[in-house]
Write a protein that binds this ligand. Structure first.
Ligand code: URA
Length: 232
């Protein structure tokens, strides 16, 4: 990759700005000042601008979105329904959803412009715990929570061991947290159906170390460096 493109992709400045900094002697490759423009950066080269190591990966954007109900997790919808893309139009890069949430599920959705990360993180082998807060009909006994933990049969196949915790009881419904590593279609709703209850509301509250926290519905925030590194 050309040096000026490399620096621009690292989010330092424009390509022209990169050329100016290079000509001014502020750029080093592998510890040596480079003043000639148009140099290529090879794999493994270390580029410094004003003494700081920079790399193009930093220009990728990683966000946490609090998806409201009714939004489809897709890039475009043939039926013209609102999609999560409508909520991230103000992000500086084009970001794509990592995994998906049902239209009627709310909560944490990670989106990124980093295609490699998106594909890798969505792969089942990564097995990061995703936690869902579910308000379900009726009373959920300890025995039923234990069944959710051990695994229940959905679509003819057992679910992997999960975490399931009681959160609170309200009149006619129970709030529970369910953490799963798989991502089967409508998995939590089907797991709750398998113990003879029904999900009233479902919200994803965390993915690995990334927490929804107080992020408002329809709003997004950037992931921190530590959150990105942990997910990797
Ligand atoms: N499980 C569900 O049932 N729905 C989701 O959106 C995610 C997990």
């Amino acid at each position: 990759m050309r040096l000026n493109k490399y620096i621009a992709r690292a989010g330092v400045c424009s390509r022209r700005g990169a050329d100016e900094m290079t000509a001014a002697g502020n750029v080093k490759i592998n510890g040596k000042v480079v003043t000639t423009l148009g140099r290529d950066v090879a794999d493994g080269d270390v580029v410094e601008v004003n003494g700081q190591v920079v790399s193009p990966a930093k220009s990728c954007v990683y966000i946490a979105l609090n998806k409201p109900k009714g939004y489809i997790t897709t890039v475009s919808d043939e039926q013209g329904r609102p999609t999560v893309m409508d909520l991230v139009a103000d992000v500086e890069a084009r970001v794509f959803p990592v995994g998906r949430l049902d239209a009627d599920t709310t909560g944490l959705l990670i989106m990124t412009s980093d295609g490699d990360f998106g594909n890798a993180a969505a792969h089942p082998k990564h097995e990061v715990y995703k936690t869902y807060r579910a308000r379900v009909e009726g009373i959920v006994s300890h025995e039923k929570l234990a069944r959710l933990r051990r695994g229940v049969e959905i679509d003819g196949r057992m679910t992997s061991p999960a975490k399931a915790e009681f959160v609170r009881q309200s009149s006619g419904s129970t709030v529970i947290d369910i953490s799963i590593r798989e991502g089967r279609n409508r998995q939590v709703r089907k797991m709750v159906a398998a113990i003879g209850s029904k999900v009233i509301d479902l919200q994803r509250i965390s993915i690995g170390d990334v927490k929804l926290g107080g992020l408002k519905a329809g709003h997004w925030r950037k992931l921190t460096r530590a959150e990105i590194d942990n997910l990797r």
